[in-house]
Write a protein that binds this ligand. Structure first.
Ligand SMILES: *Cc1c(COP(=O)(O)O)cnc(C)c1O
Length: 403
């Protein structure tokens, strides 16, 4: 077998395990969101999307579309360089100032995505000292895991959100080593929330710095939308905050906020920051417009929370196996990869409703699910229709209530 045959072989195994991913050919419609066009079999259908991370429907808002129009007239399209080689525009500089202010940190540093922000920042920081330990929540996102693996620090995985286990690991480590605790605020597949204050206090007891991924929370929580750390009044306790501009902010890109000299160091050495063309200035312009708005408007957040609560309640009332979530994320447990995929396909092809099946390796085997992310544009009528369609499907498959 040559290498390409091996690829085919591995692909066949993925298909046999129901892990093969098919991308729906969609097109977001700014004025009709959450309705998208779905291109299939030479036709175009209108589908209702229930799994977008554009949680607040900012992506298609006039505010952002106009910001892009203005910026594109001003500056054209691409950045035309890395940050170091003519690719830093005033749009980037302004956005970084907005972000630092948002999280009440000295500075912020932009990356081309949230994934790169985590990978580049963690791998850089975790290689800065020859004697270092990192403590990583078991449910951390793949981008954090990749960054942690690339660093040279000794790795310790603590059981999800388990303070006792974290303490045990911290106590067992070299008291002289440099330490970091890395975790998330909203865990995006279960919708539960990290114990930020307790984890930070514990980390600081051991002189560990705290690194928090707020990707699913920025824009969504807190009086100015800066995330769970803001909502809980503990921004000070979090040393480094990582976020995305691609989810609730509605655009694209990632960042790290924290002490200016730490970001200056990452900026100066991280290959994932240095050797890549900077974000398009129009993207930075749109993100800055979105954040400026979300700092002062709580309306989108309130409406989103309302619809998320309604959806959870509607699922529970109908006896559907809604998983306990403390956040805006609403997962329905299916517990079988083939069924999850079948449900998703039937919703799409028979009902023009799109919600992706979440299967292994994104979640553990046996916990396959459909993950719903309502936005302010998902109406009560849409929720009722959805429940009416799901109930017979789950009944037929013999899945009821929480497993
Ligand atoms: C989506 C996600 C990222 C990556 O952000 P992108 O901007 O999409 O690259 C990082 N962390 C978590 C927890 C995520 O869910």
């Amino acid at each position: 077998m040559n290498l390409f045959d091996i690829c085919q072989d591995k692909l066949n195994r993925i298909k046999a395990e129901d892990r093969y991913r098919v991308f729906a050919d969609l097109e977001k419609q700014a004025d009709k969101y959450p309705y998208y066009k779905h291109y299939r079999d030479g036709r175009v259908e209108q589908v209702l999307v229930w799994c977008s991370n554009d949680y607040l429907a900012m992506g298609g808002s006039d505010l952002l579309v106009n910001a892009v129009h203005e910026a594109v007239d001003q500056t054209g399209v691409g950045a035309g360089g890395t940050r170091n080689i003519s690719g830093t525009s005033h749009y980037h500089v302004e956005l970084e100032a907005e972000l630092a202010d948002w999280h009440r940190k000295e500075a912020a540093l932009l990356f081309t995505s949230g994934y790169i922000a985590n990978e580049a920042s963690l791998s850089t920081l975790l290689s800065a000292s020859p004697n270092m330990d990192v403590f990583s929540d078991q449910k951390n996102h793949a981008s954090m895991i990749q960054g942690i693996r690339k660093g040279t620090a000794r790795r310790h995985i603590f059981r999800h959100n388990d303070l006792e286990h974290l303490r045990e690991l911290l106590e067992a480590a070299d008291p002289e080593s440099h330490k970091m605790v890395a975790f998330e605020s909203v865990y995006s597949m279960d919708g539960d929330i990290g114990k930020i204050e307790e984890i930070c206090d514990l980390a600081h007891e051991f002189n560990a710095i705290t690194y928090l991924d707020e990707v699913h929370a920025v824009g969504m929580y807190g009086p100015r939308g800066a995330g769970i750390a803001e909502r809980d009044g503990v921004l000070d306790k979090v040393d480094l905050i990582e976020g995305t501009l691609g989810k609730a902010v509605g655009v694209h890109g990632g960042y790290l906020a924290g002490p200016a000299h730490v970001l200056d160091y990452i900026r100066s050495v991280a290959p994932g920051f240095i050797f890549t063309t900077s974000l398009p200035p129009i993207t930075a312009a749109a993100a800055a417009a979105s954040i400026r708005h979300l700092k002062v408007s709580g309306q989108e957040r309130a409406m989103q929370q309302r619809q998320a609560a309604r959806l959870k309640q509607a699922f529970a009332d109908a006896g559907l196996p809604v998983m306990p979530s403390e956040s805006h994320i609403v997962p329905l447990l299916v517990g079988d990869p083939a069924k999850a995929r079948d449900f998703s396909n039937r919703l799409l092809y028979d009902h023009n409703i799109y919600v992706t099946a979440i299967n292994y390796p994104t979640v553990d085997k046996g916990t396959e699910r459909l993950r719903f992310t309502p936005t302010p544009r998902h109406t009560d009528a849409m929720i009722e229709d959805l429940v009416d369609i799901l109930v017979p499907m789950f009944n037929e498959a013999g899945i009821r209530k929480r497993a």
